[in-house]
Design a protein around this ligand. Structure first.
Ligand code: AGP
Length: 608
């Protein structure tokens, strides 16, 4: 998704803006652009492609904005790259999100004589502000009026050459203000200014922050209703610089895979006492947990797979019905939600537009809400009744890895915590599972010691164009995630499905060129799974499997297998996903793919 950054201060934008924009690289983009105020004019530079190959020097100045574009409205071109200007070239705008009523606004502005030079939805914004300025409004009033006319999600940075002002407006898309020694920064994510600002102000929806270049730049926040807001408390940014570096790894994804033992440790630290789960974030929420009659989980992509695992865990431990839904579909049905229904939104970024919309719909229908996010202070966290942070640290690789395993760890703790509150599982059973959870980091490290085996399996199988990922019970959800990992970073066709469902149609695809990856690491339903393996073998299909170390019986049936340490069934996804993440990584690396920034994908999907 698009990334936006802005700077206003005593330093030089030519130092800050390219570096800040580069930090947002992970979001995925196809073109980029800058506007710097210099000698009373916007100096615009736009290019198609990646910043990696950008060696030009941008103009010097003390105030400027920049943008990475992930095309939605209009093809990838310099013309469509941001910033966009008003006709009189007074106002420059960069934007993340979608202006849904752009067509009608554009028609009205064109009728008034405005000339558009791009196909984007964004370009209506500078023209709309210009229209209000032409009516005699000041910059602040014109921006506020424009924001009130826009429908959809947006985070905007607006630069006015006449008043030497920069402002950021937020409605639905993320926007954070960074307070640094050398000035004020704006970015879609605090990672953008991590090198220059130690404190941040998270803007709320319907807020505009204005910064004026007058001696020391200062910030004032106004609502879309025009009223000045009380000063907001700045929060310390909790991202250590090293977390945004590759630290010697070839890709962020590989680094993040190998960080998982420490991430699980930091995620569970302080959340286990006397071998029982403790979730301080849910204090005050316990009454609701006890009353919950039904749970609905909304999420997308990898977070959706974590949600499916949660369904399995919670139904088993709480004995209440749980439904998992693609967040994007939730609000377009008529979901039956009562006040004793708990809706849980899962999102690494906490900004995914589909998940946020589902959460808002659930609230509108009177549900209790809870969020599991990796970014504290994110919109989904702020708008939920309670929020639990997964504490995985910044995840830069587009393919989610450590966010997934920490989501599962939090969801397991949540399932166990609820079972204690509701008295639906014995303390002995709960303690046994918690004990296994505590052993996960050590067992993950044991898997990493055997990484060369999975690298070899990946290498010999990287010639295939199609894969089936199959599992039963809790292993099925791991199979789905394994397939998603492979397809998103290698562009190889990979499907996940329940192993037994294959015979209802998909088995027609199996031949010697269509390998099947079986996940049987939970140790459950193994006899049944072996039957499904035989079905593939009988059709000359190649079988690769992820099994636990005690399962020599299944190993004998497979062409290739990878063993993980034995653990409790409900804990097993935390281990069985590791070889599949590595498999996807090594296949993609063998194929020379752009692993951290796969084509067409964005890290934070802030459009519907
Ligand atoms: C997973 O590797 C993908 N990057 C994607 O499916 C992601 O999980 C999805 O877009 C949801 O993102 P979120 O967790 O930030 O809401």
């Amino acid at each position: 998704m698009c990334g936006i950054v802005g700077y206003c201060g005593n330093g030089n934008v030519s130092e800050f803006l390219p570096a800040c924009l580069k930090r947002l690289d992970y979001r995925g983009y196809d073109s980029f652009g800058f506007s710097v105020l210099s000698n009373g004019d916007h100096k615009i530079l736009k290019r198609v492609g990646k910043l990696d190959y950008f060696a030009e020097k941008i103009q010097s100045g003390n105030i400027g904005i920049a943008h990475t574009r992930w095309a939605t409205h209009g093809k990838v071109s310099e013309k469509n790259a941001h910033p966009h200007l008003s006709c009189d070239k007074r106002i420059a705008v960069v934007h993340n999100g979608i202006i849904e009523n752009h067509s009608s606004l554009r028609r009205a502005l064109e009728r008034k004589g405005h000339f558009f030079s791009s196909e984007t939805d964004t370009e209506v914004v500078p023209h709309l502000i210009e229209a209000f300025l032409c009516e005699g409004k000041g910059f602040r009033e014109a921006v506020t009026l424009a924001c009130n006319h826009l429908e959809g999600n947006f985070a905007l940075l607006i630069l006015d050459k006449k008043s030497n002002q920069l402002c950021g407006a937020k409605n639905g898309s993320p926007l954070v203000v960074g307070l640094g020694n050398e000035g004020i920064f704006f970015a879609s994510d605090p990672i953008g200014f991590i090198d220059y600002a130690g404190k941040a102000i998270f803007l709320g929806d319907g807020e505009i922050a204005f910064v004026k270049m007058e001696g020391n730049s200062e910030i004032e926040i106004f609502g879309f209703n025009g009223e000045k807001k009380a000063a907001k408390k700045a929060v310390k940014i909790n991202l250590r610089r090293w977390q945004a570096e590759k630290n010697g790894f070839k890709h962020f994804m590989l680094k993040e895979i190998f960080e998982q033992p420490e991430c699980i440790e930091s995620c569970t630290a302080g959340r286990i006492k006397n071998s029982l789960p403790v979730l301080e974030e849910l204090e005050g929420f316990n009454g609701k947990i006890k009353k919950t009659e039904r749970i609905v989980i909304v999420a997308c992509g990898t977070s959706l797979h974590a949600g499916m695992i949660a369904e399995f865990l919670i139904e088993k431990l709480w004995k209440v019905p749980v439904k998992v839904e693609c967040a994007s579909e939730f609000r377009y049905r008529c979901p039956v939600i009562g006040k004793n229904c708990l809706v849980v939104a899962i999102s690494q970024s906490g900004e995914t537009a589909d998940t946020l919309a589902a959460l808002r719909e659930a609230k509108r229908r009177g549900a209790q809400t809870m969020a599991i996010v990796n970014v504290e202070g994110s919109t989904i966290a702020r708008e939920s009744g309670a929020a639990i942070c997964t504490k995985a640290g910044p995840e830069i690789g587009v393919a989610s890895t450590k966010a997934f395993t920490t989501q599962i760890a939090v969801l397991l703790l949540f399932a166990l915590y609820g079972a204690v509150q509701r008295k639906t599982a014995s303390k002995e059973e709960i303690k046994l599972i918690v004990l296994e959870l505590k052993k996960v980091p050590v067992k993950m490290r044991e898997i990493f010691e055997k990484k060369n085996k999975i690298k070899f399996i990946a290498k010999v199988n990287s010639k295939y164009s199609n894969f089936l990922f199959l599992g039963r019970g809790i292993d099925y959800f791991v199979a789905l995630e394994g397939a998603l990992k492979l397809k998103e970073i290698s562009y190889v066709n990979a499907w996940g499905m329940p192993a037994a469902e294959m015979k209802h149609g998909t088995i027609a695809l199996i031949d010697k060129n269509f390998p099947a990856v079986f996940v049987g690491a939970s140790g459950a339903l193994l006899e049944k799974l072996r039957g499904n393996i035989q079905e593939v073998k009988a059709r000359s299909g190649k079988v690769i499997s992820i099994i636990n170390e005690c399962d020599s019986e299944t190993a004998k049936l497979c062409n290739e297998f990878f063993c993980i340490p034995k653990t409790h069934e409900l804990v097993s996804p935390l281990l069985s996903i590791i070889p599949l993440q590595l498999f996807a990584y090594y296949v993609a690396d063998e194929m020379g793919r752009e692993i951290d920034k796969p084509r067409n994908l964005a890290k934070s999907v802030t459009v519907e």
